[in-house]
Design a protein around this ligand. Sequence first.
Ligand code: HEM
Length: 367
Amino acid sequence: MDISSFEDDLAAVQQAPRRLRRSPEAVRRFGSKAALYAAALRQGDPLADALAADIAGDSTRRIALAFEAALTEGLASVVEPPDSLRAFFDHVEATPAWLDREKLDAGGVSYLRLGPALQICMTAALAAGYNSAASVKPLARTRRFIDSAEPRARETGIWFFKTLRPGGLAPRAPGYQATVRVRLVHAMVRRALLRTGDWNEADWGAPLNMGDTSRGIATEFTTVPIDAARKMGYTITESEADAMHHLFRYVGYLLGVPESLLPQNQWQARELTALIDLTNDGPDEDCRRLIHSLLNIGPSDLPPPSCGTCCMAMSGFSRATLMLIARESATRRSSTSCRYRGRSRGCATSSARGQASAPPSRSPSPI
Ligand code: HEM
C-alpha cells in the first residue's frame, strides 16, 4: 500500500465522529474505502436538505405541492420550479449509466420468491440495524419504532413491496415515488433532529447520515436477508444475489447515497459490511429497546403481500412466470388497485393537481 495514501486515509478517519472504532485497522484493511465511509458519517444529503428547508419555510405550501406534482408527473410538469426542487429532481430523474431495469425486476422477483420467509429475513435485517448505538439514535428519538412499532413496520413493509414489484422503480411508478418520498422524510427528520439542539454530532455524526444509509443498502436490506434466506435453506444463486444488490444500488441512488458508497455487486457489499462491522460502536439501551419492540410485533401485524404478484410469489410461482408478469405489469400498472399498494398513479396525479397534502404524508412529529 502507498504510504502517503495510507497516512491521508488515516488522517481522514481520525476526523470521523467518535463512534468510529478501530480506525487504524480499518484503514490497513480497507484503505480509502474506510476514509470514504468515515467522511459519509458526517454527511447529510445537501439536495434533499435544501428542499426540506424550502418546504419548511414556505407557508403557502406551494413548494410542497410542486414536490407532489414533480413526484407523480415529473419535474417537467412543474412551471418555474424553485431551485432546490429542480436540483433534487434533476438528480432523482437522471438515469445512472449503470442502471439495468431488467435486473431491477429480477432483483425484486428474487426477494418476492421467498414468500412468507421474506418477513423473517426482513426481521433479521431490522435487528441487524439495531447493533449500533449511534446509528439508531434517529429512530430512538422519533420513537415510532418503539411506541408504534407495528404500524411503523407495516409502513416499511408497504414501501418494500411497492419497490420490489416488477416495474416498481420505473419513472414515477409506486416504488420510485415511495422511495423518493422517503428521501425527503429522512431530510425532514434530519432537520428536526438538528433543531432540537441536543444532537451529539461529535459522537454520532450527522443525523441519518450517508454512512448509515449506505449500511442500509449494503447490509440490512441485502447481505443480511440474503444470508438469512440461505441459512433457512433457500437457494439464492449468485446472479439472483447480484440482481438483489442491483435493485438496492438504485434505491441507494434515489436515497442520495454517494456513488462511491454504493456497492456495485454482492462482493463490494460484503466488503463494506465487513468495514462497517469492524468499526461498529456496538449496542446500547436504545438498541435493546428497539429490539424489544421488534420482537413484540406479531406476524399478522405486517402487511400481507396482497398485490397480485406478491400473492403468486407466496404460492410458489416460478421465476420465469414472475418475470413474465414483470413485463406485462410494466404496461398495465396504471389500471390496477390494491389496498396495500396505496393510490394508483391516476389518483396520485389528480391529488397533485389540487388536493395534495404536504410531504411527508404523516409528519415525523414526535421529535
Ligand atoms: C437503505 C436505507 C433506508 C431505507 C430503505 C429506509 C426506509 C424508510 C422508510 C420506508 C421510511 C418511511 C416509513 C413511513 O412511512 O413512515 C423511513 C422513515 C424513516 N427512516 Fe429510514 N430508511 C433507510 C435508512 C435509514 C437510516 C440509516 C435511518 C437512521 C436511523 C433511518 C431512519 C428513519 C426515520 C427516523 C424515519 C421517520 C419515521 C420514524 O421515525 O421511524 N432510515 N425510512
